[in-house]
Design a protein around this ligand. Structure first.
Ligand SMILES: [Cu+2]
Length: 64
């Protein structure tokens, strides 16, 4: 399942790294494409949208 989140405060490659690690802590097999230019985080995962969103929020980011 592929889910796209909009994360307005995804500002740079460090943010991408933080968000990527937070999601992979939940699902080690998740594939993440995060783009600070478009603010979009595309996650391919078997975990639920709710759980992934929570991981992003817990890492200190806002999900629009
Ligand atoms: Cu950053």
């Amino acid at each position: 399942m592929s889910i796209v989140f909009t994360v307005p405060d995804l500002a740079c490659s460090a943010c991408v790294g933080t968000v990527t690690q937070a999601i992979q802590a939940i699902d080690t097999t998740a594939q993440i494409k995060a783009d600070p230019t478009t603010k979009q985080v595309e996650v391919t995962t078997d975990a639920s949208e709710f759980v992934i969103k929570q991981a992003i929020v817990d890492a200190g980011y806002t999900v629009a």
